[in-house]
Design a protein around this ligand. Structure first.
Ligand code: GDP
Ligand code: IMO
Ligand code: MG
Length: 420
């Protein structure tokens, strides 16, 4: 039996997960998303052409790989259809390749509207405004419309009218905005569902079947560990569990938990939206990282906040995910820096503190400084080709975190990857 793999972001998202999933998928029989929704933006360059995937697993470009969306994903059928259309225009056929769990909770346009109204008020989180928070709230509150509800129109009508009523109460009493029309919400949902119906089915049984026949599965995490609703920088987090350990519930296939876990980390740190970020740089160095790394959100286009690599946070992530291996991405972004830093400790009022500190927003980073390599990594194909200073930086990360770095990404394209 071949070993399956869970791939997760170890920072605040956008670590380059999409590129790595695309690279690895040819070695797997299936790729499965297990949490999050279309807040994710996973960028892949395929022969110089750029694709940004939000819901469809990043294994879609590999011919013999099946793609699954497990029930832990919050599903916007409209976003899915848009993505399918874009892929089909490029000749990538999804029928027979993509299967989505009938048990997925649906994200409707009304969730996005509520997210936007909340974000326009004070105390905003800086969400992607896609409706992720309200849709996960509905799931937990047992109000969600599930995909399988659309198989029975009587049940759907009663559930949907309660949901519209619930949100119209909020719209009227909290947001002072226009109410939703039940007829419109219903019609839109039915139209979308009919177009997507052929993709729904049972994911759990199919994953089990692949596995029991000796196949292996790549589980594609979205967001990052520090955005986990339980273990991230709450309340500045997303609304799902992003940790590798949520794979069993999110995919519906319990044996998924016996996989290896590959953690993806940028060679520095970025964050989109609000919340604590101890190593954030407000000076020219931060602007230079943003410029070299082209740090703009793949989903919203917002500029990403940038800072040095935070090893305290990375070690926290490595433990929580029980990482078996690390992949460091975007090392090439640091090519022109004379000095590179990594945070090895935090202090609050002169005392060392941990990532879990309630005072993280006050944490002062203590840095270790590294001499830059000051040359292009573009041509490096093997670990031995890397300059000495780059190896020193990587080997320090490895020893601090206590997890082997097995992969180094030195450019956005498929082939820009060094196996160690
Ligand atoms: P994801 O959400 O984790 O899949 O990451 P995003 O796609 O949101 O952001 C990562 C960005 O960095 C994308 O624009 C990628 O094309 C790009 N990228 C990925 N790996 C590398 C790398 O090693 N070097 C450079 N320069 N860019 C990379
Ligand atoms: P990928 O998969 C980076 C962030 C938002 C915001 C917070 C809550 O591409 O790495 P939400 O819309 O989820 O309620 O927003 O989470 N966020 C991401 N940041 N990458 C992502 O996904 C993200 N998905 C959500 O910016 O701070
Ligand atoms: Mg992204």
């Amino acid at each position: 039996m071949k070993k399956s793999l869970i791939l997760v972001g170890t920072q605040w998202g956008d670590e380059g997960k999409g590129k790595i999933v695309d690279h690895f998928s040819k070695k797997f029989n299936a790729v499965c998303r297990f949490q999050g929704g279309h807040n994710a933006g996973h960028t892949i360059y395929k022969e110089e052409e750029k694709f940004v995937l939000h819901l469809i697993p990043s294994g879609v470009f590999c011919e013999n790989v099946s793609c699954f969306i497990g029930q832990g994903v919050i599903l916007s059928i409209d976003s899915l259809l848009e993505e399918i259309k874009q892929l089909e225009e490029k000749g990538i056929e999804l029928e027979g390749k993509l299967r989505i769990s009938r048990y997925c909770s649906l994200l409707l346009p009304l969730h996005a509207k509520i997210d936007q109204l909340r974000e326009d008020n004070k105390n905003s989180i800086g969400t992607t405004r896609r409706g992720i928070g309200p849709a996960y709230e509905d799931k937990t509150a047992r109000r969600s419309i599930k995909a399988f509800d659309l198989e029975d129109s009587d049940l759907l009508e009663s559930k949907l009218s309660s949901l519209v009523e619930y949100y119209n109460f909020q719209i009227k009493n909290i947001h002072n905005s226009e109410p939703f029309s039940y007829d419109e919400v219903y019609r839109q949902l039915i139209d979308s569902y009919h177009k997507a119906a052929k993709y729904f089915g049972d994911v759990t049984d199919t994953l089990e079947d692949i596995y029991e026949k000796g196949g292996n599965i790549l589980y594609e995490g979205a967001q990052g560990t520090l955005l986990d609703v339980d273990y991230g920088t709450y309340p500045y987090v997303t609304s799902s569990n992003t940790l590798a350990t949520s794979v069993g519930v999110g995919s519906g296939f319990p044996k998924s938990i016996y996989s290896d876990v590959l953690g993806i980390a940028k060679a520095y740190t970025t964050r989109v939206g609000a919340g604590p970020f101890p190593t954030e740089l407000f000076c020219e160095v931060g602007q230079n990282i943003a410029k070299q790394g082209n740090e703009f959100g793949a989903t919203t286009g917002r500029p990403r906040r940038c800072g040095w690599l935070d090893l305290v946070a990375l070690k926290y992530s490595a433990k929580l995910n029980n990482l078996t291996e690390l992949c460091i991405t975007k090392l090439d972004v640091l090519d022109s820096f004379k000095e590179i830093k990594a945070c090895i400790n935090y202090e609050v009022d002169g005392k060392t503190t941990s990532f879990k500190s309630r005072l993280l927003h006050k944490a002062k980073p203590i840095y270790k400084s590294f001499e830059g390599w000051d040359c292009s990594l573009e041509k490096c194909k093997n670990y031995a080709d890397l300059p000495k200073n780059a190896k020193e930086f990587l080997e320090y990360i490895e020893s601090y975190v206590g997890v082997k770095i097995g992969l180094i990404s030195n450019g956005p394209n498929r082939e820009d990857l060094i196996h160690r």
